[in-house]
Design a protein around this ligand. Structure first.
Ligand code: HEC
Length: 187
């Protein structure tokens, strides 16, 4: 009889178990990641169209990327934050990675090197009472104007003056540029 019960509950559990993709906390994280990613992307796109040199967009990123990040965070519930980071950062006063960020990003880089990477690979990391949800940001052609190795002299000059410790250059298309991460506290 006992065994029967255990079997039954195992069956019930497995049929009700949610797959990782349907985890509510993962979906919630993706929602916040999209809020930040969407806000930054749409602005970057508009500014790049306005001025093909990228200088207008660069001035915008320098003055507003962090501001927009803070604004998006004011719209989230108190138990959640969303931010950007990278292994090689441009703005290390706000975007510096911690050990967990580094581990996740190195796993993405390893997958890229092994050609098993998918940009849809959202990673979920549980740490104490916080769940982190990571989305990889892959370097696209458009990113190279400000993160590549062939920067225009004007872009280079503007970067040198705003970010004397810039490490976010020399990326190639297909490289991991960074991640967006949502952190959600148990509530
Ligand atoms: C017009 C110039 C420009 C373009 C194009 C650009 N970026 Fe950036 N990016 C910046 C600047 C400037 C910062 C630093 C923002 C700050 O001070 O918070 C930055 C920061 C970042 C960061 C945060 C981590 C860090 O290094 O500080 C990520 C991630 C990032 N960019 C990804 C991308 C991706 C992906 C693309 C292409 C889709 C892209 N960027 C295109 C200028 C640019």
């Amino acid at each position: 009889m006992k065994i029967h019960n255990i079997l039954l509950s195992t069956l019930l559990l497995s049929s009700f178990a949610v797959s990782a993709d349907e985890m509510p906390v993962k979906q919630e994280g993706i929602k916040y990641i999209k809020m930040l990613g969407g806000a930054l992307k749409s602005q970057l796109k508009t500014k790049m169209k306005e001025d093909k040199t990228g200088l207008t967009a660069l001035a915008f990123c320098t003055s507003s990327a962090d501001k927009i990040t803070k604004e998006v965070n004011t719209k989230l519930p108190k138990y959640a934050i969303v931010r950007r980071t990278a292994l090689r950062v441009r703005n290390d006063s706000v975007n510096k990675p911690d050990a967990t960020d580094e581990k996740v990003m190195k796993a993405y880089e390893a997958a890229i090197a092994a050609k098993t990477f998918s940009p849809k690979d959202i990673k979920v990391v549980e740490e104490g009472d916080v769940t982190r949800v990571y989305k990889p940001l892959v370097t696209k052609a458009v990113c190279l104007k400000c993160h590549g190795s062939d920067l225009s002299p004007k872009i280079k000059e503007a970067l040198d003056s705003a970010y004397p410790h810039d490490h976010a250059v020399n990326f190639k298309e297909g490289d991991l540029r960074g991640v967006i991460v949502a952190e959600i506290k148990k509530h």
